[in-house]
Write a protein that binds this ligand. Structure first.
Ligand code: DOR
Length: 454
């Protein structure tokens, strides 16, 4: 006896495809998109009236720090994944600098087990590199990739010795991503400015030179070893020419804080915008935006890295680096769509399709036949003001507190199931599943037509 098929019809939607917005209906069967030009009278078990709003592919955030295990006073997988759902993020890739850090296969499995119980959205976990865990990196399977802290940040993960880096690039096969700030430069700057309590010095310590040296060094490694490599959170205009010599191996991303904050904001926001890499200048904001629009930078990620406000209130340099962003990120970019700076398809391509292709995430990233129905319905006419007290992240604050944005998620769906809506809140059922990674498909540049259906 065959199991009955569950069909959901998303009616009256502005469907966001990779190169156009098409008005119509989308038909989903057993969690998979089966028709993007469906008839509005198709038979279905559930009919969702999209009221003309834009139906986008769910956002895939490829850089988050959800702090579990070990640092759950800052954040945990339950709260963070709910914040994702309310922000239109349907899948996340989480970084290894937890406590203990995820630097073994067992460490990754332990995180997957927590997520299987807690996560409201789909998940994957990077394995972190250390100077001596090559065997673990070589044996890891079905993970997005390897994370290297070429410069140190929160936690004690660091690999900056050339010999260890050469080995990782030579002997592993998973895609690699890195935090690119040169440790030597940062230490020298910190020594020169030792004794400072001026938060603005954070951007002088973690300066442009530190970013350029580390990005150049990693791209050199990736190119020589012909290894897929993703530059995390690009922060300077000066890195863009290096990225523009595109090789088939290299991709890059930018975060909202590097696009929308700059050093002039320290006076207003203090350590709330203390980040690694540091935020830079207004000229950098503009250059990064242009690079994103020109596809020199392919993806958007948040680097959601919460600390409590008490921790943030310590005087610099004892204040930690990192800020929460998952629930505001899509709205920040929809606000750019509304103000005419880009199209909604461009945002969907950078926030959903690009991360799926970069990390070989099977069945995700775009609205197309055969893809999973991970979707977010957004209202481009809605104004909302971000408030600390409304934030779902366990840290309970946002660097965009008091900002009013136009364009917000209305409802989020995983495999066709509503997981959150502004009207109904969260579904009591959790639908988050482990993502499947297929690196044999060759990555972003090898799969221009998408990573493809299952
Ligand atoms: O400022 C940062 N904080 N940048 C990172 O990349 C990681 C992080 C954290 O984990 O707190």
């Amino acid at each position: 006896m065959s199991t009955p098929k569950l069909r959901t019809l998303f009616n009256n939607a502005s469907i966001v495809l990779t190169d156009e917005v098409r008005k119509g209906s989308l038909l989903v069967e057993n969690g998979e998109i089966i028709e993007i030009d469906a008839s509005s009278s198709s038979s279905a078990d559930v009919v969702v009236d999209c009221k003309g709003h834009h139906l986008m592919p769910g956002v895939i955030d490829d850089q988050v720090h959800f702090r579990e295990p070990g640092l759950t006073h800052k954040e945990d997988l339950y709260c963070a994944s709910r914040a994702c759902a309310a922000g239109g993020i349907t899948a996340f890739l989480e970084m290894p600098n937890t406590k203990p850090p995820a630097v073994t296969r067992d460490g990754v499995l332990a995180k997957e087990a927590i997520a299987a119980n807690q996560s409201h959205v789909h998940y994957g976990f990077y394995i972190g590199a250390t100077p001596d865990n090559l065997d673990e990196l070589k044996a890891a399977e079905n993970v997005p990739g390897i994370k290297i802290f070429i410069g140190s940040s929160t936690g004690n993960l660091l690999v900056d010795q050339q010999e260890a880096l050469e080995k990782i690039f030579a002997e592993t096969t998973l895609p690699i991503c890195a935090h690119c700030e040169d440790e030597t430069t940062v230490r020298q700057n910190a020594e020169r400015l030792s004794g400072t309590t001026d938060i603005r010095d954070h951007s002088r310590i973690r300066d442009e030179k530190a970013a350029v040296i580390a990005t150049t060094r990693s791209i050199d490694l990736a190119t020589r070893h012909q290894h897929r490599f993703h530059v995390l959170h690009v922060s300077t205009a000066a890195e863009i020419p290096i990225l523009a010599q595109q090789t088939p191996y290299i991709t890059a991303e930018v975060c909202p804080h590097h696009l929308f904050f700059n050093v002039d904001d320290y006076e207003r926001l203090g350590s709330r915008i203390q980040m690694n890499p540091s935020i830079k200048t207004e000229a950098d904001n503009h250059a990064l935006w242009k690079a994103l629009m020109e596809n020199t930078i392919q993806a958007i990620a948040t680097d959601h890295a919460p600390h409590t406000l008490e921790e943030k209130a310590r005087p610099y340099p004892d204040s930690p680096s990192g800020l929460p962003a998952v629930e505001n990120s899509l709205a920040l970019f929809l606000n750019q769509v509304v103000s005419g700076r880009c199209s909604i398809s461009q945002i969907a391509n950078c926030m959903s399709d690009a991360p799926a292709r970069i990390w070989g995430i099977v069945g995700k990233g775009r609205i197309a036949q055969g893809y999973d129905a991970d979707l977010v319905l957004v209202n481009l006419d809605e104004d909302r003001t971000i408030r600390d007290e409304d934030q779902i992240t366990k840290s309970g604050w946002s660097p965009w507190h008091d900002e009013t944005l136009t364009g917000w998620p209305v409802a989020t769906y995983l495999n066709g199931n509503q997981v959150w809506s502004r009207a109904d809140g969260f579904s009591p059922t959790r639908y988050g599943k482990k993502l499947q990674f297929d690196h044999s498909r060759g990555g972003y540049w090898a799969t221009p037509d998408g990573i493809g259906p299952r």
